[in-house]
Design a protein around this ligand. Sequence first.
Ligand code: ZN
Ligand code: ZN
Length: 273
Amino acid sequence: MIEFAETASCRNFGITVLGSGSKGNSSVIHGTKGNFLLDAGFSAKELAARMEDRDIDPCSIQAILVTHAHQDHTKGCRVFGKKYNIPVYIQQETYLELKEHYEKYAPEEDVVLITPGSAFDCCGVHIEPFEISHDVAALAYIFQVEDHKIGYATDLGWMSPLVKRKLHDSQILILESNYDPVKLRNSGRPISTIRRIMGRQGHLSNDEAMSSLGDLITRNTRKIVFAHISQECNDRVLVNDLAMKQLADLNREDILVEIASQSTPLETMWMKV
Ligand SMILES: [Zn+2]
Ligand SMILES: [Zn+2]
């Protein structure tokens, strides 16, 4: 069973969700040899402010890892990467897409091309990107230090067998729970947008996220953060209620639940390695 660390001396593997939602996504992964960012979907200034809010020195960030090209994941990539002189890990398709559609967010130099399924190490963390189904090339990640694992998946339209296999047995799981289908249908959005979000290349609904938990959690799972909550088509209280009910049905009321916020960073979740 994993031990959650409380004291500074034990703080050697963890995650701080700086914010999540359609207006920006970014988390700091704290490794045994330093910190790196997973997505940089806020301006460089906003990223630094959110880090400082959680007592994280922006100068401690040693790399940026990118999930996909959408601007809510890449807005600060270029400027933050350049300002702190750090490499950006990105898959080729995403890099080319950024260059074509969001040129001002594309990293200028120090680009490290990564491939889904090919693991690499950064800041003492073993990292494995894997493919998820979205309307652009997109990655989810697992982060491991020894037998401790953080799984992170947002912006996916389908909980594929690969995703289930990879996220299985995470001690800390960050999982999208994007929309409530009724709220989405009644949102007044164009039908094509609604279909895109609900489709296999869109986002995970609350029901899809909750019903997958039985396949993902194990006795090692300690915490689940539901993320990328739609501000218009979902409700953080509703997501929390659904999660509590689902975990009660699974006899796992011991698992801590948090709902990521668009505006406020969460407390850092630490594991003792
Ligand atoms: Zn997104
Ligand atoms: Zn996206």
